[in-house]
Design a protein around this ligand. Structure first.
Ligand code: GAL
Length: 710
């Protein structure tokens, strides 16, 4: 499959903007109206926290730093509606007009993450109850009950007021619904909603009792209202359905607002919400939440320590997969946060490198949280761009440099996006299922995923991280690190991909369960075992590593090992556990297959039953890439150099239409200078456009290069 066809097949909100990209742009552009910027830097700005006399100075400082977008309003409900039904949006209008004067576009947040005191005092049923039965109080945020219909009415009203007022405002470019959906509620009314939801989902109690195997521990339910709202552990079927209920409930919470915004707002204004990445605030399915949104966005925080290049890159790629399109980083830290155990600052240059990393992975905007810390309130210590005295902090200069570069590179990046030949499959259901029963505290799913991801990225390959339900035909190689739940339906789709020539690699714990989180009655990988011609005889949570060797290399299995068996004649054994002197899974694994592979139809299915050490993982993936004809463009890169590629229609020769160009973002994340040989001549777009065949970068430095797409 070519880059061109992959690009053409991508759907989503970007298509409107891609059309714009076909208009020839100047080499590097100067000031353009906020509306048409394809790449922008910005900040969260809270005018309600400051005297109006200060606003202009803030906006002028932003403009000087080349910040061209602010997100405003997401916590300002008490200022927007000081008393029930009394709306005051004039101040917000004045703030938007001043932003316009400084060529700054506005994303409006609906303020529903922080209801005003009058609301929850008058309607305590709108407050959230935590899993211990404690009712939230005013004074923090996220104190609302996401399932409460009354609260949603208030949300719809304030969102409607905002949309009526700003839905046709030329400087408002988009909407953010709420802020970081996080905490569910465990109050009696939500419990009843859960029971009603289950009734709609299962139809009969017989079906529910069967799918959850409730004969176990006398869990059988005779009435819907006997079913608990799980606050801790529970039946795995119940736990999984609760996550589905939470996903649907957040989706509905969002829908009530998105619907009213859409009713009054112009179509050009996007609707998004800022979500967390992997590992936090993910009790709900982010694919489902993004379904009705125009644009995916997320909040990218390092917290303690420094940028973990692979992990953060994977998060961006996951977010890109939510809608299969470019995205925004709606919040990121200017230097440091205030909520980590040790709130160290990013190094000089690291904030800029992080912004460019986001762009390389498909971000079209990066916004800092926040412009200036409120003088009081819970986040006084958080990193900001100007200090309490209103003067720029030292980081301002680095942000201004980044803003200047974004401004100059916007035309270049217009209409481009990362295009991958390799995909990693990700499924919230599978992650939750393993989280409910990790079986080994050392089985870290994110680490397992990164074990597959990092060796590909080290070679400069673009990697998509997509839903296990996404179309796969555009990929030469599909890796499923821990696809624990494989239903008969998903198996059929995966098999179809393989039959037509795809290469599917399943990692440990794959296909153990069905869509109800019940054990599959076939051995792993369940409904794919026949196609594989083999499967998992038994699995082991390892205390010590086990040596493995075979055609793909030599090394160790860590944390997890499955003893595989081979039934089909044409199965190849690519790795075996070595015979050990004892203590290693008590001899069960000695000489047994650890990785098997079989040609099926036009393609190949491979099962890797162990978590491998990084070196062996590298050589294993090299073999998978070779088999699938995936070839990196770059010769070996230093481990600390990251290369990202975005591809788009040719901006110069628009008449030839089909021509593609590639923009490479090359970042030196290391502590020493790096010299990188380029696969061909490229133009250095942050400097003078000169042609280069190699590039040298100081630590934390970035190059943006352009070439014809291969
Ligand atoms: C985010 C949140 C922001 C701010 C930030 C601080 O999670 O959306 O409002 O609190 O954290 O790092």
């Amino acid at each position: 499959m070519t880059v061109k066809t992959a690009f053409a097949s991508m759907a989503g909100w970007r298509s409107r903007r891609v059309a714009l990209a076909l208009v020839a742009m100047p080499f590097l552009c100067g000031p353009v109206p906020a509306q048409s910027r394809a790449l922008q830097l910005g900040a969260a700005w809270y005018p309600e926290q400051w005297p109006e006399s200060r606003w202009e100075q803030d906006l002028a400082l932003m403009e000087q730093a080349h910040l061209h977008v602010v997100r405003v309003g997401e916590f300002a409900w008490s200022r927007m509606e000081p008393a029930e039904g009394r709306y005051d949006l004039d101040w917000l209008e004045r703030a938007v007009r001043l932003a316009e004067k400084h060529h700054i576009a506005v994303v409006l947040g609906t303020p529903t993450d922080a209801p005003p005191a009058w609301l929850t005092a008058a309607h305590p049923e709108t407050l959230r109850m935590d899993a211990t039965g404690h009712l939230a109080e005013h004074g923090g945020r996220r104190q609302f009950n996401y399932a409460n219909p009354h609260y949603r009415e208030y949300c719809a009203q304030i969102a409607g007021q905002l949309a009526r007022r700003f839905g046709h405002d030329a400087d408002v470019i988009g909407w953010q619904i709420g802020n970081e959906y996080t905490d569910e509620s465990f109050d009696p009314e939500t419990k009843q909603q859960f029971q009603d939801w289950l009734k709609r989902r299962f139809g009969t109690l017989d079906a529910l009792n069967r799918d959850w195997s409730t004969a176990y521990w006398s869990q059988t339910y005779d009435r819907w209202d006997e079913i608990p709202l799980p606050t801790a552990g529970g039946n795995p079927g119940l736990l999984l359905e609760h996550r589905h209920f939470v996903s649907d409930t957040w989706r509905d919470f969002q829908h009530v607002q998105a619907e009213v915004v859409r009713k009054f707002a112009e179509k050009r204004q996007f609707i998004t919400t800022n979500l967390g990445g992997l590992g936090w605030s993910d009790n709900f399915d982010h694919y489902e939440i993004n379904d009705e949104l125009d644009l995916a966005s997320w909040d990218d925080y390092v917290g303690q320590g420094h940028l973990n290049v692979s992990r953060n890159g994977a998060m961006h790629d996951l977010v890109r997969g939510w809608k299969g399109a470019n995205f925004w980083v709606m919040e990121t830290q200017p230097g440091s946060v205030n909520w980590a155990p040790v709130n160290n600052a990013l190094d000089r240059g690291e904030t800029r490198a992080m912004a460019w990393q986001a762009v390389g992975h498909g971000a079209d905007a990066v916004l800092y949280w926040q412009w200036r810390s409120a003088l009081n309130g819970q986040e006084q210590y958080h990193g900001a761009i100007v200090g309490p005295d209103g003067e720029p902090l030292p980081l301002y200069a680095e942000i201004a440099q980044t803003g200047n570069e974004f401004e100059r590179a916007a035309a270049l990046l217009e209409g481009t996006q990362p295009v991958a030949q390799v995909a990693l499959l990700h499924s919230y259901d599978s992650r939750w299922a393993i989280d409910f029963q990790p079986h080994s505290r050392n089985y870290d799913q994110l680490d397992v995923l990164l074990g597959y991801y990092a060796p590909l990225r080290e070679k400069g390959l673009t990697v998509d991280i997509v839903s296990a339900e996404a179309p796969l035909d555009r990929y030469k190689l599909v890796l499923a690190p821990s696809l624990n739940l494989i239903s008969a339906q998903s198996a059929a789709r995966l098999l179809d991909y393989v039959q037509k020539g795809g290469h599917l690699v399943l990692g440990p714990r794959s296909g153990m369960k069905d869509e109800h989180n019940a054990l599959n009655t076939e051995r792993q990988p369940g409904p794919l075992a026949d196609a594989l011609g083999g499967g998992v005889e038994q699995f082991f949570a390892l205390e010590d590593s086990v040596p493995v060797s075979g055609a793909v290399g030599t090394g160790s299995a860590l944390v997890w090992a499955e003893q595989l068996s081979v039934r089909a004649d044409n199965d190849e054994v690519l790795l075996r556990y070595e015979k050990t002197s004892g203590g290693k899974a008590k001899g069960w694994l000695d000489g047994q297959p650890a990785m098997i592979s079989r040609r099926v139809g036009q393609g190949r299915i491979t099962y890797l039953g162990a978590v491998l050490d990084p070196t062996l993982m590298r050589s294993t993936l090299q073999r998978m890439m070779t088999d699938a004809h995936v070839e990196p463009e770059f010769s070996p890169l230093p481990s600390y150099v990251e290369v990202c590629r975005r591809v788009g229609p040719d901006r110069v020769d628009k008449d030839r239409g089909n021509n593609m160009r590639a923009v490479y973002v090359v970042i030196n994340h290391g502590e020493s200078a790096a010299h990188i040989a380029l696969p061909g001549a490229m133009r250095d777009m942050l400097h003078d456009g000169r042609s280069l065949t190699e590039v040298s970068l100081d630590p934390q430095d970035v190059a943006v290069l352009e070439a014809a797409a291969p």
